[in-house]
Write a protein that binds this ligand. Structure first.
Ligand code: F0G
Length: 384
């Protein structure tokens, strides 16, 4: 039930042993989603706690491709998951595992989405749930979800990193099972995003992922590598990690070519989901970027908001700010000449627009108030 190796202190990783998967045929004909790939998930699927997660839309975005300056761009819209973010892929496996282990309750620290997702899956599983969030720094929609699903919400007077330290200290005292991304079983669920991309597009792609605690990019890379090892993929994609300029510890590590992460003490960005200064999965993510000959870049809040607006207005895809970081990053890398412009790009958009209902971010926007009369409407429209 542990999370770290007793010998070296690093986070545990799940190793898939001998699995019999002869080809993609094995999965075809099954419903899309995380459990389509059950042979590759080391958990008892007959007892799964599921709300039909995964199987999210892969959307071709020609207008966004032009805006970004690349030939072909797709959005993998993780906002279409049951609680509106990619976390559901991890939680369906993680919470199923928690039951398998006989846990009586679960706990996480969160910038919001993990809390929303865990609260929902814990409710479905009948487990107690405690979520620790940085006070005043999580988006409204996410807080609402945690409350609605009946979690105990602990507002920590500090940032996400402080909340996670507290959770790691408190979990065993409280007898609760941790479901942050340091939990290796949760990442097993998240790796299924790679399976879906591989099934739809093959390996010859570049995959851009917003990076906070470094869990998702690690999980996705693990998924691709497993397929490659099983002979289901002929090659491997290139991983692109994007961080916010004000919360860049992983990007700095990669850019400086170092081997030890230097934490950022006071991370700051409008993309609250990735406002993280001490990402726990940095070693796994570093392997992902280096092995895939990938790249990591940072983007400003302004670039994030521009990308959020472009997604919404050019393609009709509504995502929260952190999710737009992947698109903002690809645009910047394209301008810098650091991505292969002719190789397909997939931007993983991790969470839904409604998570962070903040019209202020969309200036300029059009809004008028009218009497319920045609004359008044016509009059007011004439002034625009
Ligand atoms: N995008 C969104 C919308 C997120 O909520 C997160 C992480 C990330 C990207 C980054 O993923 O941490 O695996 O690198 N949110 C966590 C949370 C930290 O608590 O909801 P990562």
């Amino acid at each position: 039930m542990g999370y770290v190796c007793e010998r070296c202190g690093d986070l545990l990783d799940v190793v898939i042993g001998d699995v019999e998967v002869d080809g993609w045929e094995r999965f075809r004909g099954r419903e899309w989603g995380v459990w389509r790939y059950r042979e590759l998930l080391p958990v008892d699927h007959t007892r799964k706690v599921s709300i039909r997660e995964g199987g999210t839309p892969l959307i071709p975005c020609p207008k966004l491709a032009e805006w970004v300056g690349v030939k072909e761009l797709y959005v993998k819209f993780e906002g279409a998951n049951p609680t509106g973010s990619f976390k559901d892929r991890g939680m369906t496996v993680g919470v199923t595992k928690a039951l398998e282990f006989g846990a009586r309750g679960v706990i996480c620290a969160s910038t919001g989405n993990t809390a929303a997702s865990l609260a929902a899956y814990a409710a479905r599983a009948g487990l107690r749930c405690l979520v620790a969030v940085p006070e005043g720094a999580i988006a409204l929609g996410k807080l609402l979800q945690a409350i609605a699903h009946g979690a105990l919400v602990v507002k920590v007077q500090g940032n996400f990193d402080d909340a996670l330290s507290l959770v790691m200290e408190a979990a065993s005292r409280l007898g609760l099972y941790i479901l942050n991304s340091l939990n290796p079983w949760r990442l097993e669920g998240q790796k299924t995003l790679a399976f879906e991309l591989a099934e739809e597009l093959g390996h010859d792609i570049q995959v851009a992922v917003p990076v906070g605690n470094c869990g998702n990019i690690s999980a996705i890379w693990k998924g691709f590598k497993e397929l490659h090892q099983l002979g289901l993929l002929d090659g491997l994609p290139r991983m692109i990690g994007i961080q916010a300029e004000g919360a860049p510890p992983f990007a700095e590590l990669v850019k400086n070519g170092g081997d030890v992460l230097k934490p950022v003490e006071n991370p700051e960005t409008i993309a609250t989901a990735i406002r993280i200064g001490r990402p726990v999965n940095w070693k796994k993510a570093l392997r992902a970027v280096r092995e895939s000959e990938g790249v990591v870049e940072t983007v400003s809040d302004e670039e994030i908001m521009d990308a959020q607006k472009a997604l919404a207005r050019l393609e009709g895809i509504g995502v929260e700010p952190a999710s737009a970081a992947s698109v903002a990053g690809v645009k910047k890398l394209s301008e810098l000449g650091e991505i292969e412009k002719d190789r397909r790009i997939v931007c993983v958009c991790t969470g839904h627009l409604l998570k962070d209902p903040n019209p202020e971010l969309f200036h300029p926007y059009m809004e008028i108030t009218v009497k319920p009369e045609l004359d008044d409407l016509m009059e007011k429209l004439s002034h625009l």
